[in-house]
Design a protein around this ligand. Structure first.
Ligand code: SIN
Length: 277
């Protein structure tokens, strides 16, 4: 297989791999640990193959809030029809940050892609952290922040038309709140990285709301610098796997009038540890 880095911060595309071949998994896993986002081009796979590949990485996390593929409760459907305006995942986020044990990552398989647009953008939380001043890093390292699913997936929180069109549901299950360190030590690489995100993080513990908002908004502006990003341009058959503990991501909703249809499987993670000085 050929591994081609996408940018200096994160992301690689992998050409000539076959996720059905268990013998290739260790090499794919090494690329995942190094690049945080990997796109395996041109995979001819079924939902069973998708799940078998995910299970090599860990246990499957059944997504509570997205519609599941018929007959496959572990496969979430990420769909935007030509007449729909909202896309799932339009706001920068880290999946499952609101869980006590946030997911390791997700594996998205493109079934149908629009003729243009519909890319996914990723941002490296390690690169964003590295670029902060030593004084600011020291301030962040003692802090923890709250994350919640309530204000995104809870009752009455229809932020896009995804809720009304049945793509997002189970609002009664949106009861998760979790406290995580603001700077984590990555469980695979040991690299320090920020673990706050614009969609699910609600407040830094122990600070007044205004203080917390000022720090979080500064970090969010900093993290969105193009230097920390890579962009995945999809073709049908592509499979992208990203590390939730090392990245943010955002679905670019620029293809109104076209259909984009993906299957997503999410792999369970481990409890997060605060970065040590
Ligand atoms: C997601 O946030 O899981 C969806 C990403 C995408 O559709 O590109």
């Amino acid at each position: 297989m050929e591994i081609v880095p996408l940018t200096g911060s994160l992301g690689a595309e992998i050409i000539g791999a076959d996720i059905k071949d268990a013998a290739q998994f260790e090499e794919i896993k090494r690329a995942f640990a190094q690049y945080s986002v990997i796109t395996l081009r041109a995979q001819a796979i079924t939902p069973q193959d998708h799940l078998a590949f995910a299970r090599r990485g860990g246990e499957i996390n059944v997504k509570r809030f997205f519609k599941a593929l018929d007959g496959y409760p572990e496969v979430a459907v990420v769909l935007k029809e030509p007449d729909q305006t909202g896309a799932i995942g339009e706001v920068w986020h880290t999946d499952h940050a609101y869980d006590q044990v946030p997911a390791l990552g997700s594996i998205l398989h493109a079934i149908e892609t629009p003729t243009y647009g519909g890319d996914t953008v990723f941002c490296s939380m390690g690169a964003a952290y590295d670029a902060l001043s030593d004084r600011f890093k020291a301030l962040l390292e003692g802090l923890s922040a709250w994350h919640s699913s309530r204000h995104v997936f809870g009752a009455g929180q229809a932020k896009s038309d995804a809720n009304q069109t049945g793509r997002v549901g189970n609002t009664e299950k949106a009861t998760q709140d979790a406290l995580h360190p603001v700077v984590i030590q990555h469980p695979l690489s040991g690299r320090k990285g920020l673990f706050v995100n614009p969609e699910f993080t609600t407040q830094i513990e122990g600070l007044f709301k205004a203080e917390s908002d000022a720090i979080l908004n500064m970090l969010y502006e900093h993290c969105q610098k193009p230097e920390f990003q890579c962009r995945v341009k999809w073709q049908a058959g592509d499979v992208t796997m990203w590390d939730n503990r090392a990245t943010w991501h955002k679905a670019i909703n620029d293809y109104h009038g076209h259909r984009r249809y993906m299957h997503r499987v999410t792999v369970e993670g481990v409890p997060l540890s605060a970065a040590s000085a």
